[in-house]
Ligand binder design. Structure first.
Ligand SMILES: Cc1cc2nc3c(=O)[nH]c(=O)nc-3n(C[C@H](O)[C@H](O)[C@H](O)COP(=O)(O)OP(=O)(O)OC[C@H]3O[C@@H](n4cnc5c(N)ncnc54)[C@H](O)[C@@H]3O)c2cc1C
Length: 240
């Protein structure tokens, strides 16, 4: 949870850590909801301003919750990309899996900018570059603009188009492991699809073949049910 002091109260929201465990600063990737209670304030922070960070971190999206496998698929929509930024910076990920496919689905091309930047930067990184260059396959896709990859992630998986694009075999519980973070539709549809193929969901202390960040999707579903209009998402980086 991160947040700000507003009057006497602390205004806190759940956030994924985008920085790796070995980095000496914490990094978060945030959408800007124009009239969002926290992000409308967060986006105006300047150097030296204080933010609150709770000391306890929780969440299911860590590779320890997955069994060993050949391919790791990281599937995120919108700000659901954030937790995978720390996963792709962790050398352990590359030691445990042969191929890592980072799938990012957004409505517009402009919303993909952060993913493009991070993967480009990573492959040039002095320490991680050699680890990352070959196994990491970044596959962004959009639903509303013209782009090299188009369509919803679940449709691309169901039709098999994704696998011909990334040049890997179709999903198989014996070899593939997946992490999913994003809208409640993405979580629901992907879970259904995977269970139908015989995949088992993992949890803390019970590693299996796929894991889902439930709190993120539940919070979004709740918020979207309350608000009649979808927010305008613009990804940007908040540093502390
Ligand atoms: C476990 C967990 C991890 C999260 N990780 C991140 C993260 O890494 N980056 C991030 O940007 N957000 C993340 N969120 C969402 C985040 O907690 C806030 O919802 C977001 O910062 C907006 O807060 P706000 O106070 O500005 O908006 P609010 O005033 O609380 O909400 C305004 C409206 O914005 C919409 N909204 C809120 N968050 C999102 C979102 N992420 N995507 C699309 N629509 C949204 C809702 O429809 C809501 O009605 C996470 C949430 C959880 C529960």
């Amino acid at each position: 949870m991160i947040g700000l002091k507003v009057g006497e109260k602390s205004l806190m929201r759940g956030y994924s850590l985008a920085s790796a465990h070995y980095e000496d600063r914490l990094e978060f990737c945030s959408i800007e909801v124009p009239d969002g209670l926290l992000t409308s304030r967060l986006q105006h922070l300047t150097e030296g301003d204080e933010i609150i960070i709770s000391s306890k971190a929780t969440g299911t999206l860590v590779i320890d919750n997955l069994e060993d496998g050949r391919n790791l698929y990281l599937i995120g929509t919108g700000a659901g990309l954030a937790p995978f930024l720390s996963v792709i910076k962790d050398p352990e990920t590359y030691l445990r899996f042969k191929n890592i496919v980072l799938l990012h689905g957004c409505r517009r091309v402009a919303e993909l900018a952060f993913g493009e930047m991070i993967t480009e930067k990573l492959t040039r990184d002095e320490l991680l570059g050699d680890f990352v260059r070959y196994p990491l396959i970044y596959h962004p896709t959009v639903t509303r603009d013209q782009f090299r990859n188009r369509g919803r992630i679940t449709d691309l998986i169901a039709s098999g188009k994704l696998f011909s694009d990334v040049e890997l075999l179709e999903l198989d519980p014996q070899h593939d492991r997946l992490m999913i973070c994003g809208s409640s539709e993405l979580v629901r549809d992907t879970r259904e699809l995977l269970v139908g193929k015989g995949f088992v969901e993992g949890n803390h202390g019970e590693p299996a073949q796929f894991v889902i960040e439930k709190a993120f999707a539940e919070r979004l579903a709740l918020d979207c049910a309350r608000s009649s209009e979808a927010p305008d998402y613009r990804s940007h980086l908040e540093r502390q």
